[in-house]
Structure formats: structure tokens, C-alpha cells
Design a protein around this ligand. Structure first.
Ligand code: ITT
Length: 192
């Protein structure tokens, strides 16, 4: 089985994605390919940040790899929090404070929002991009205990429950992340 580097050191994330991709590939972390550097995410779009990570690994280590980046996009806030989703209210990555800031800025505006995940795969020198979106709207109140980040205030389209009121299995049927990774999986099938 060929190995494929997933540009992360988050063991939990790696396990989750290995589970989606199945046994057609063996994922390895950044540390396993000898990369111990913090890779900057300097750009102002989610797509550009995922590409810069994958390209860095390819240039430096010449190994097939993919990188992902995700965020919450609120059109009425000109796309914020977007690339700044994790640190919207400050460097502490405080989910509650991030949500409060969204509420503060969104009051009186259109609450439509979507989560997006962009994966950049660099395989044998070629670059391939996979995107997944989950459309919904922001609630002014938190509901549910599951998930992370903005899940308690995100009501996906067609559902009467927030992402945080869903089990991981349920969320994984409709989430931006699952959609993007299922596209990657389909692409790798038979090619890797
Ligand atoms: P890395 O270490 O891999 O960068 P991260 O926490 O930055 O992990 P992502 O790039 O996947 O995670 O997402 C960036 C932020 O966007 C994340 O911290 C959340 O605030 C928000 N976010 C992304 N996906 C989400 C989801 O499924 N539910 C709730 N919030 C999400």
C-alpha cells in the first residue's frame, strides 16, 4: 500500500480521515516524513492556505501529500470569519468569544452562512483541489453539546437541529469536511 502524507500533526484528525479513505492508502503525518516546522497560513482565502501547505511539503520533501483548511463563511460579514475562524475574537482560539463576536456583528443582518473545506492534493507533481460546502444559517443562541467551533450556532439547511445536536455520524453525512474528503476518496480510487 502506498503512503500519502496528510499535512497535519493532529492524530485525531488523521484517524478520522484514514477512516473515510479506507485501506487504499496509508496516511502519514508531517512528523513521520520528518517535517517539524510550523507551516504558515499567510493568505486570505481558505483555498490559498490549503494550497500553500501542500506545496511547501512537496517542494521541501518531494512526497505526495494533501493539506486541508476549513472555515465558516458569512456573506453578510463580507466572508468573515473565513480564514480567521479559529481566532476570530483573538489568538486564544476561544470558541465562545468567537461566537459572541459573530452575534455582535451579525445582529440585524442576513444570517445565511456556510462551512467550507478545501483540500489540496499534490500527487506526482500534479495539483488537484477538492471542495466541500455545508449551507445553513447562524442562530442567535447555542444548541447542542457535540462537535466543536461554531457547531452550536450553525443550523444546516433542511435540518431542525444544529451540528452540535447531531452525532458525529449524522454530521458526517452532510458536513463540508465529509463532502470534500469523499471527493478526494473518489479521486484516489484506482489512481493510487
Ligand atoms: P488545524 O490544526 O488542522 O488547522 P483547526 O482547528 O484550525 O485545525 P480547521 O482548519 O478545520 O481546524 O477549521 C478552522 C476553524 O474553522 C475551526 O477552528 C473552527 O472554528 C471552524 N470550523 C471548521 N470546521 C468546523 C466545523 O465542522 N464545525 C464548527 N466549526 C468549524
Amino acid at each position: 500500500m502506498r503512503t500519502l502524507c496528510f499535512a497535519t500533526n493532529n492524530a485525531h484528525k488523521l484517524k478520522e480521515i484514514q477512516n473515510i479513505l479506507g485501506d487504499q492508502v496509508k496516511l502519514v503525518t508531517l512528523e513521520e516524513i520528518g517535517c517539524f516546522e510550523e507551516i504558515d497560513e499567510p493568505f486570505d482565502t481558505i483555498a490559498a492556505n490549503s494550497e500553500v501547505k501542500a506545496r511547501f511539503i512537496w517542494e521541501r520533501f518531494k512526497v505526495n501529500n494533501f493539506a486541508d483548511d476549513s472555515g465558516l463563511v458569512i456573506p453578510a460579514l463580507d466572508g468573515e470569519p473565513g480564514v480567521r475562524s479559529a481566532r476570530y475574537a483573538g489568538p486564544e482560539r476561544d470558541n465562545k468569544a468567537n461566537i459572541r463576536l459573530v452575534w455582535e456583528r451579525l445582529r440585524g443582518l442576513d444570517t445565511s452562512a456556510y462551512f467550507v473545506t478545501v483540500i489540496t492534493l499534490i500527487m506526482d507533481g500534479g495539483t488537484y483541489v477538492f471542495e466541500g460546502k455545508a449551507q445553513g444559517r447562524i442562530l442567535f443562541g447555542e444548541r447542542g453539546e457535540n462537535g466543536f467551533g461554531y457547531d452550536p450556532v450553525f443550523l444546516p439547511e433542511g435540518s431542525d437541529r444544529t451540528f452540535a445536536e447531531m452525532s458525529l455520524d449524522e454530521k458526517s453525512k452532510i458536513s463540508h469536511r465529509a463532502k470534500a474528503f469523499n471527493k478526494l476518496k473518489a479521486f484516489l480510487q484506482g489512481r493510487y
